[in-house]
Design a protein around this ligand. Sequence first.
Ligand SMILES: NC(=O)c1ccc[n+]([C@@H]2O[C@H](COP(=O)([O-])OP(=O)(O)OC[C@H]3O[C@@H](n4cnc5c(N)ncnc54)[C@H](OP(=O)(O)O)[C@@H]3O)[C@@H](O)[C@H]2O)c1
Length: 495
Amino acid sequence: MTDKNRSQWDLKRFVETLTYFEVVPLINWIQDLFQGRTKDHQNQPSGAKQVGVILVAGATGGVGKRVVRRLVEQGYRVRSLVRDIEKARTILGDQVDLVVADITQPETLTPLVMANIQAVICCTAVRVQPKEGDTPEREKYYQGVKFYQPEIVGDTPENVEYRGVKNLVEAAAKYLPTSEDQILFDFTNPSTEIKNIWGAVDDIVMGGVSESNIQLVENTALFAGNVSTANSGGFASVRTKNFSPAFNLSGYEGIELRVKGDGQRYKFFLRTDTRWDGVGFSYSFDTIANTWINVRIPFADLTPVFRAKILQNSPPIDTSQVSSFQLMLSKFEYDGQLNPHFSPGGFALQLESIKAYGGENLPQFILVSSAGVTRPGRPGINLEEEPPAVRLNDELGGILTWKLKGEDSVRASGIPYTIIRPCALTEEAGGKSFIFEQGDNIRGKISREDVAEICVQALKQPQACNLTFEVKEGENRASSVEWQKLFSQLQPDKQ
Ligand SMILES: NC(=O)c1ccc[n+]([C@@H]2O[C@H](COP(=O)([O-])OP(=O)(O)OC[C@H]3O[C@@H](n4cnc5c(N)ncnc54)[C@H](OP(=O)(O)O)[C@@H]3O)[C@@H](O)[C@H]2O)c1
């Protein structure tokens, strides 16, 4: 950069860019050393965590706590609805997000509890315990290895299993998004500071002098700056750090941006390659000056590029592994063509949101109910052969009858749902094969671990929508479970 005719190239900004994106690990290592940081600098935002929250009700219970653990392990944003925060901390630890509410008291299902939910998993239940009392011996009762005469303690089945579930369904219906769209970035209500995720990548990386940034202004993200064509430059952009885990957008048709621009043509990139200088999947879109528009970017219309050169033989984007996004204003289109709607100088693009659109319908309310709910009073039932809850339904305050009414409120809600009716629950390790049935005729047992896994899997399976089914474990251990096959062999409920 010695040529006097050339504009002043800014080394400091160049280094800042590389440091922000951790392109040169050595620079970050030296920085950490000087600033006394020992933790690894892979402070990557999580793709899974950008999407909505999974609310788990009954999170302190045998199934609920396992659902929470699995969701956290899989990178979901989880919120645990609990009645007693101290008890919940001892069961769930310090790292989980807890909210205090009681499903029998609808006024406690406040926006604090319900905001930004993507799905609800309901594992609540009335308290049933051996009549002898809640002694260490009762372990055997919970493990399903010994029968004790049970009784309800605390609130009634009518209140918890029916009214409580209905309250939760009604509250959820007000907050759940329509499942075809998934907000990835809501700049009107951001969940993370923008500067922790998005950073500028201007043509300074190639010797240019363009300059841009992105910041929150008036409940929007404003991507603005100055593009200069000096030093053979001509682009400004903002890019996210790599997300880990990556965004899984399989099942969606594309990305929708809500933007207000200045009449210029911009580019949006998605990357599955976590390398700094790798393949990008690009889409050019025109803006209308000072007008809010929705821009749809179908995944099928993305152009694979390497530094604005089209890659002819690249496979299509793997939408289950989207690791970063980038917005750009460039003098160039592709393969050296000029951007027809570009002028150098100041520019501004405002963004309200970035969504994935055209998603498959996924279950949004998962209810753990019970096998046997339709059996009390059913003609031809031999009570001798039935599990205790069926035999003792009346003594237990109509527990199964109210559970069925709770199920009915889910089925009638219009929310895509999955109702899981496990047979007797055990504390065993799980990992057995599953037997899924419909018609409420099976008897058997299943571990709480496995029920928790079914809850989490149902969240991801379009085939699990609007199903009610019973489940017990089979004889054999399952080496792997074909979830899609298991769910798709079932008949959806008649609406
Ligand atoms: N036991 C079996 O053999 C069997 C068989 C088939 C199906 N099921 C069903 O499977 C499900 C899960 O069973 P589980 O053993 O995991 O149950 P659990 O250990 O008894 O847990 C019940 C959970 O519900 C919570 N809860 C109760 N009332 C509530 C309310 N009003 N508001 C908010 N939370 C409330 C409890 O919270 P606290 O900690 O505050 O009490 C607890 O976290 C239940 O629906 C159960 O009926 C059980």
